[in-house]
Design a protein around this ligand. Structure first.
Ligand code: FE2
Length: 340
């Protein structure tokens, strides 16, 4: 564990809590120079972990992420600076993505877009934030389509940041979807772009769930309902606000249609009623499949991630009957994508 220093007076703790703002750990990358220390909150106490007057290092940020600190606490002044810096950096990289080294630019952009998603989670009704995200994601998508050879590197570079799963799951699953769609040569670039956008925005409904719920080890029935409803929330938040077709919005609304089938399979519960058989096309199936693969292969507070091979066993049960060719192509695709 990293060295921490306690603020142990009750009065000081109380005063501190009034002046602090929560911040996602990854957002510390946008700090220029801290006006005040960065704190973590543990067992009812604030501990300063990064000193004022310094710029947080990559190592400090990674250590915090690795110790499962989703949020840290900074002064209001630092929080405002970081928010502004993030917005400016994202707009700048979005405009100059094709200038200079594409691999470095892509890695920077993918990180900034994912971090900026946290701002949208905090204010999902703010149109400017949604549009900044939409345009940045659309631009990044065009870049990814053009730079196929960098896709595996960009995937790994985002994964290695150890950001909270709510920030990276949309991008990682959408990047895999895009790369796979390109590999099977069945879709035009324009359709790939729309599917990428639908896949990316499908979890915006997470913003309706209190952030603390994401790190609970067990969920109450009410919490489970809340999580199950996030696809509906995503639809409600996006309908009429972004230029996606009704088809793609419907895809977002039903993007968890395979999950009940999978739950039944994983617990091998033969008594549970089968999920209703609604007809979903190949596109919806693929959006759902990549979401599930990324979720199953990553760690959550309540379980360890499974291997890609294990997740493919599950996916095989879910799609191989309806889409045997596409499933075979999926296996080949993953072998290629993760060959190094
Ligand atoms: Fe989801």
């Amino acid at each position: 564990m990293f060295p921490i220093q306690t603020i142990d007076s009750y009065t000081n703790q109380h005063r501190l809590s009034l002046g602090l703002r929560p911040l996602l750990v990854g957002e510390l990358y946008l700090t220029r120079k801290l006006k005040h220390p960065v704190y973590i909150f543990k067992d009812g106490t604030f501990y300063p972990v990064i000193a004022s007057g310094t710029v947080p290092t990559k190592d400090q940020i990674l250590i915090l992420s690795k110790h499962q600190y989703r949020e840290v606490y900074v002064s209001r002044a630092d929080a405002e600076d970081i928010k502004k810096n993030l917005e400016t950096a994202l707009i700048k990289i979005t405009r100059s993505l094709s200038v200079g080294n594409p691999m470095e630019n892509g890695a920077k952009d993918i990180k900034l877009v994912s971090l900026h998603l946290s701002e949208l989670y905090k204010n999902p009704h703010k149109d400017e934030l949604l549009m900044t995200q939409y345009q940045s994601v659309q631009n990044l998508c065009k870049f990814l389509i053009e730079h196929k050879k960098y896709q595996p590197y960009l995937f790994q570079s985002l994964l290695s940041e150890n950001f909270h799963f709510t920030l990276v799951q949309p991008m990682l699953s959408s990047l895999l979807l895009l790369s796979y769609l390109q590999s099977i040569h069945l879709f035009h670039d324009r359709e790939i772009e729309n599917l990428f956008l639908a896949s990316y925005f499908k979890d915006l409904g997470f913003s309706m769930i209190p952030s603390g719920k994401f790190d609970l080890k067990t969920l109450t029935t009410r919490d489970q309902e809340l999580f199950a409803n996030h696809a509906d929330y995503s639809f409600d938040l996006l309908d009429g606000r972004i230029p996606l077709s009704k088809n793609h919005l419907t895809m977002i609304k039903h993007h968890h249609f395979m999950n009940d089938k999978i739950k039944n399979y994983l617990v091998k519960d033969q008594t549970t009623e089968e999920a209703p058989e609604i007809m979903f096309g190949l596109e919806s199936t693929l959006v759902s499949v990549f979401d599930i693969v990324v979720a199953m292969t990553s760690d959550r507070p309540y379980r360890k991630g499974m291997s890609l091979y294990q997740s493919m066993e599950v996916i095989k049960r879910m799609m191989a009957d309806d889409y045997p060719q596409e499933f075979k192509a999926l296996v080949i695709f993953f072998k290629q994508f993760f060959k190094n």
